[in-house]
Ligand binder design. Structure first.
Ligand SMILES: [Zn+2]
Ligand SMILES: [Zn+2]
Length: 368
């Protein structure tokens, strides 16, 4: 069948809306009609080619949609079912078997190469293959082909308006919330610093509040984001400018924080994440740093302070279990992520990218 998709022709070139041909699903695949797709910074960073991935490719990896057709080997879903999509993983490597699927030994191949594990693609244009399966989905499109592995059923009580906002659960929101709930685990009454108040940072702030952290410092270069961060649960907002912003963060945390999270993947910011910690503090970081990025660390300070530095992929979350957890928190008013969402027609993808980069919109969601 023919589908509509936003195609990245080559890194550095603008994306274009095009008609492509999609194969019928294979036995282990489903065709999902995309209802909405979040725009994540990993999509934007792919436009500048941080990873050696072939083009043309269809990006998009925060999909919410309706199952239209299922292959013969699909057991959990049927046409008409609503699903959220998350990252793909192999289910059989040591990480997957020990319930750490975001550290799947084949994570890169399953999520970034834009092809099935056997090297084929299900999309074509004038007979030439177009890459997809980005994070096992490629949702900047009217339709996508996915496996059962990374499809999460949507509970019946979720209404359509909320359903359209749920795609980011599969990446940005679970990344930030999971960093707190699953990895950094601040205790009630402790202090948390979140560097970068984008969607990942906001999710981390909401999670830290739900966990009972009593000092939650949001840090950003855009003042309007700090206002929203404080509405969502931050107790303080620090604008990252001038000479004393790092000192101000430390002072707010009584000299040093228990936990910090860097959501920017910039080495200078990550270094601040370590610097603002008190003794035995734990710093986590997420985000797509370019290959070869290195970090100069004050080894003596780290050792004498007993500090921990931890990389985090997808919030260490097993999406099948973790997203329902976030939905239950949302139902209790403890995870009001809808406050940062703004919708755009799929054709306006460039506006969504521009608004995300300028900080005007925290979480753009594209509607095919
Ligand atoms: Zn695996
Ligand atoms: Zn993402």
């Amino acid at each position: 069948m023919n589908i509509t998709a936003v195609v990245l022709e080559q890194a550095g070139a603008p994306m274009r809306l095009q008609t492509l041909h999609m194969q019928d699903p294979r036995p282990d695949e489903m065709r999902v009609r995309v209802v909405a797709s979040g725009l994540c910074h990993t999509d934007i960073s792919m436009l500048k080619r941080p990873f050696p991935v072939d083009q043309p490719i269809v990006l998009g990896h925060e999909g919410a949609g309706v199952v239209e057709a299922v292959g013969a080997a699909i057991g959990r879903f049927k046409p008409g079912d609503r699903v959220l999509l998350s990252y793909n993983h192999c289910q059989t490597c040591p990480s997957c078997l020990s319930h750490a699927p975001s550290y799947c030994h084949y994570f890169f191949g399953r999520n970034f190469l834009g092809q099935r594990p056997d090297g084929t693609t299900g999309l074509a244009r004038q007979g030439q293959p177009v890459r997809h399966h980005f994070f096992g989905q490629s949702t900047f499109a009217s339709h996508c082909l996915v496996n059962e592995t990374n499809a999460i059923p949507v509970p019946e009580h979720i209404d359509h308006e909320l359903f359209k906002m749920l795609g980011p659960m599969g990446c940005g929101l679970q990344t930030g919330a999971g960093a707190m709930f699953n990895v950094l685990r601040p205790e009630p009454g402790q202090s948390v610093v979140v560097l970068g108040s984008g969607a990942v940072g906001m999710a981390a702030i909401m999670a830290a509040r739900a966990m009972g952290a009593t000092t939650i410092v949001a840090v950003d270069r855009v003042a309007s984001r700090l206002d929203l961060a404080q509405e969502l649960g931050a107790t303080h907002g620090v604008l990252a400018n001038g000479d004393d912003w790092v000192a101000r963060i430390k002072a707010l945390c009584g000299g040093g924080a228990h936990v910090s999270l860097d959501t920017t993947a910039h080495p200078e910011v990550l270094r601040v994440g370590l610097e603002v910690l008190g003794p035995l503090g734990r710093c986590g970081f997420v985000g797509g740093a370019a290959p070869g990025t290195t970090l100069p660390v004050d080894v003596r300070d780290m050792m004498l302070g007993g500090k921990t530095l931890r990389g985090i992929v997808e919030g260490d979350a097993n999406a099948q279990a973790f997203i329902p957890q976030l939905l239950r928190l949302h139902a209790r008013g403890l995870f009001p992520f809808e406050r940062m969402v703004r919708f755009y027609p799929l054709a306006d993808f460039q506006q969504a990218i521009d608004d995300s980069l300028s900080g005007l919109t925290v979480k753009p969601i594209l509607l095919p």
